[in-house]
Write a protein that binds this ligand. Structure first.
Ligand code: HEC
Length: 107
């Protein structure tokens, strides 16, 4: 019984260390935003190092693809999140921003 549980613990630790910058793969948009984006865009999306992203922000007329591309490829001083966030996590954080902007995310 000792060996299997030690192995399981090792696997769990490895999984925790590797996954999306410490974020759970199932993490929701708000959680992903506060963990990876808020240091530059502020927890309330009002901006800082990066532009504001909330209601009425310059990006509020941009299509969903613009957000997905900016986040996965990076832009200017913004780093690329391709390697640290999964496609699903990027999708969820984009949906969070669009909802914060008062938009539908299916447009
Ligand atoms: C290291 C700071 C930094 C982090 C972390 C960061 N950003 Fe940015 N972000 C920026 C900067 C700077 C820009 C402006 C880039 C430019 O056009 O030069 C930007 C631009 C953007 C834009 C385009 C805004 C517009 O008005 O066109 C979006 C959308 C965006 N970021 C979303 C995110 C999301 C979502 C995350 C988290 C996954 C994130 N950013 C993390 C710095 C950051």
């Amino acid at each position: 019984m000792h060996r299997p549980s030690a192995l399981l613990l090792t696997l769990l630790l490895l999984a925790a260390a590797c996954g999306g910058g410490g974020l759970d793969e199932q993490a929701g948009g708000p959680e992903i935003f506060s963990a990876t984006c808020a240091r530059c865009h502020a927890a309330d999306l009002s901006g800082g190092i990066g532009p504001r992203l909330g209601m009425g922000a310059p990006s509020s007329d941009k299509p969903l693809e613009y957000f997905v591309q900016t986040i996965s490829r990076g832009q200017g001083r913004m780093p690329s999140f391709d390697g640290s966030l999964s496609a699903n996590q990027i999708q969820r954080v984009v949906e969070f921003i669009l909802v914060e902007q008062g938009r539908e995310f299916t447009e």
